[in-house]
Write a protein that binds this ligand. Sequence first.
Ligand code: GUN
Length: 307
Amino acid sequence: MTAQILDGKRIGAQIRDEVAAGVELLRARGLRPPGLAAVLVGENPASRVYVASKVKACAEAGVFSEKIEMPQSSTTAEVLARVEALNRREDIDGILVQLPLPPQVDEGAVLSLIDPAKDVDGFHPVNVGRLVLGQPAFEPCTPAGIMQMLRRSGVRLQGKRAVVVGRSHIVGKPMALLLLREHATVTICHSRTQDLPGVCREADVLVAAIGKATLITHEFIRPGAVVVDVGMNRITNPEEAARAFGGDEARIRQVREKGSTLVGDVLPTAMWELASLYTPVPGGVGPLTIAMLLSNTLKSAKIRLGA
Ligand code: GUN
C-alpha cells in the first residue's frame, strides 16, 4: 500500500485564504475587521508558541487580535475579570483562553464565563451542548479542522467505522460527535480500553489523540485505513527516532543536531506501510487548528455585525 498524505498545510492555507477573502468583503462593505482576544495565563512554553502563532495568523488574514498576558500567579477572580471585560468589548468577536491554565485557576469557571457568542474555541457548555444536539455551534478548532480536511480530501464517512483514541474535551469527544454527525459508526477508546489494538483495527478512519508518542503501531492499523494523527510529542533519543522513522535519515539527524524531533501518537512507519491516507507530523493536523480559529472568528464577526 502506498499511503498518500492528507496535506493539512495545504488545506489550512486554503482555509486561511478563504478567511482573508471574507475579511476583505467585510472591509469592502465598510465594516470593521473581525477581532480576536487571546488570553495567555502563565509561562507554559508550548502555550506561548501556540498563542504567538495564532496572533501571527490573525495578522496575515486581516483579523484584529489582542494578546492578553497574565502572570502564572493569577487567581480565578482575576482571569474572570479579564474575560468579563472582553465579553463587553464591541470590537472583540472571539475570546480564546489558552489551555492549560495554572492549577489554581478554575478552568470550568473561566470557560463558562466566556460569552457563548464569542466562544470561538467551542469549549463553553452551551456550545458543547449545541454540538451534542446537532444545533449550530462553534465547533472546537482541531476536530473541526480534521473534518474539513477529510471532506476536502474526498474521504467518505457515511456508514464507515471511525475509532477515536482519546476522550479529551478539546479533541476526542467533539471529534466523535462530528464524525457521528456525518453518519460514521463511532467508537471512543481511551487508556482503559481492553484490546485497544483490536478495536483500532476495526477502523476505516482512525483518529489518534491520546498524547503518547508512537503508541499506535502496525497491529492497530487496518490495511487501507485513513489515519489522522493529532499527537505532538517531542522525542530526544536518536535510537527512538530511528525506530519511529525507519530509514528517514533527516529525522534522525534532526535529533542529533537540534536535540529533538516531533512525532505523533502513531508510529510513522506503521502509517506509511498500512494506511491509504495519513496526516504527517508536523504538517498534518496542526495547521488546521489555527485555520479553524480564524474561520470561527470570521463567523462570529459576521453574526455580530449582521453581515
Ligand atoms: N490548548 C491546546 N489546544 C487548545 C485549543 O485548541 N484552544 C485553546 N484555547 N487551548 C488549547
